[in-house]
Design a protein around this ligand. Structure first.
Ligand code: FAD
Length: 434
């Protein structure tokens, strides 16, 4: 009995590892088209800003580790060109055929290439793989660019902008929509614009880029351009095999992460997930989700019966030294989904005032009818991860604002104020809900 996994990063290796724990006798083979497996793409911006000295620091495990410690065979530089479900085989790029009994597709995603002129110019980069990061850093070190344009104000674009600014470049970010971080949230967009201005990063909203020229983009001189205009799931081999693609453009799966083909599972950035609040399929590709989905897909492929409950899109990123964390739906998104939503935003101290307190802002969104929490945003230099995780836990547990307001949260002057900002926001939201 052989489990074949296509893709050797977060989702693929989580799937293989979990399958091994469920079934010790299963033959497990991972095929990865790149030269490296098991690396932390999330650390790439910090390799660009110099904080991570070498890309090798981002590699978690090698193929030898998987062979020795987990009895999992990993073949790198091995691309799957086609899946042949009727024969339970895949064809490799060189023509070799490999049999499978169960298959996990974990092919990830790639940077989108919108129809922009000049994308192939030598000063245009993306940041997605270790190799792409090495190319970008070498260009910075060797060519010493002074002015950069980043296309896209999602979290990757903003992290790159900060990394380039830290390296001393002048940075302009072009964003085609009127909001940042892919979240329809005007207040958040304004807060981030202020942070970027302080860091002297020029953010241009409603500014789709039509063409990149050798030395400028629109009216901005640029000797380096980084394309960060979103990512697209790698679904081509799945589509050709007759695997169903969902409305989001990613592979459709059920709550066991099985595709429409029995015994074929999909996980991570190539697959869609159900939004816990709306029940609808969404495409929110994140490393956290990829690891969890991979674990469940691999477990089920090995015979377990586990369920993936879905996502609410909890994320955190650093923008110019400040953590920006979000979960669930923004007010605008909640309304679009048919909720009668209300939002409250507060600013308060993150510690006792006399203990070197800093300002933190919290926004909570709730549904007027059910009074359940739907979303939240936390901005602050400290403790934003802990606070957003409390909100995410409350949302996933369908908590009402009144119950959230009574949470027994910790207090001690060096760590938190007696009224945690989350509780202050909940009080404000309850008042607004009436
Ligand atoms: P991938 O990591 O894309 O791996 C898929 C693998 O499949 C690739 O190695 C690819 O070569 C291989 N493959 C594709 N097609 C084939 C084929 N036909 N044959 C063989 N192999 C194939 N997420 C967070 O949660 N927090 C963060 O802070 C964060 N920061 C990020 C920063 C950056 C710069 C980037 C790029 C991503 C970041 N992410 C973050 C996202 C996170 O890295 C991804 O969600 C995660 O890597 C997805 O894992 P995956 O295994 O699904 O896909």
């Amino acid at each position: 009995m052989r489990l074949l996994v296509i893709g050797g990063v977060a989702a693929g290796l989580s799937a293989a590892s979990r399958a091994r724990r469920i079934d010790r006798s299963l033959e497990i083979l991972v095929l990865e088209k790149g030269g490296t497996i098991s690396y932390a793409a999330c650390g790439l911006p910090y390799y660009i800003d110099g904080r991570v000295p070498s890309v090798d620091d981002l590699v978690v495990h090698t193929p030898e580790y998987f062979r020795r410690e987990r009895n999992i065979e990993v073949r790198t530089s091995t691309e799957v060109a086609a899946i042949l479900p009727s024969r339970r085989e895949v064809t490799l790029a060189g023509g070799e055929r490999v049999h499978y009994d169960r298959l996990v597709i974990a092919t990830g995603a790639r940077p989108k290439r919108p129809p922009i002129g000049g994308l192939d110019l030598p000063h245009v980069f993306t940041l997605h793989t270790l190799a792409s990061a090495v190319r970008l850093r070498e260009f910075i070190e060797n060519q010493k660019p002074r002015r950069a344009v980043v296309i896209g104000a999602g979290y990757i674009g903003l992290e790159i902008a900060e990394a380039l600014r830290t390296q001393g470049l002048a940075v302009t970010v072009f964003e085609s929509s009127n909001f940042v971080l892919g979240r329809q949230d005007q207040d958040l967009t304004e807060a981030i614009r202020t942070l970027l201005e302080r860091f002297r990063v020029d953010l241009r909203l409603n500014s789709p880029v039509a063409a990149i020229e050798p030395d400028h983009v629109a009216d901005v001189p640029a000797d380096l351009v980084v394309l960060a205009a979103g990512i697209a799931p790698n679904v081509e081999i799945a589509t050709e095999a007759g695997i169903q693609i969902g409305r989001t453009g990613a592979i459709a799966v059920n709550d066991r992460l099985e595709t429409n083909l029995a015994g074929v599972y999909a996980a991570g950035d190539c697959a869609e997930a159900t939004h816990i609040l709306t029940g609808r399929p969404v495409y929110i590709p994140l490393g956290t989700t990829a690891n969890k989905m991979g674990r469940i897909a691999g477990g089920n492929a090995a015979g377990a019966r586990e369920r993936f409950p879905g996502v609410i899109g909890t994320s955190i990123t650093r923008v110019c030294g400040v953590a920006v964390a979000a979960t669930g739906l923004s007010n605008a998104e909640a309304r679009r989904e048919g909720f009668d939503s209300v939002a409250a935003r507060i600013e308060s101290s993150d510690r006792a005032k006399y203990f070197w307190a800093m300002r933190t802002s919290v926004e909570l969104v709730a549904d007027r009818g059910t009074r359940r929490l739907l979303g939240g945003v936390v901005l602050g230099e400290r403790d934003a991860a802990g606070r957003i995780n409390v909100i995410a836990t409350a949302i996933a547990n369908r908590m009402r604002v009144e119950d959230f307001e009574q949470l027994d949260l910790a207090y001690s002057p060096p760590y938190a104020p007696v009224w945690d900002p989350l509780l202050v926001a909940a009080q404000q939201l309850r008042k607004q809900l009436g």
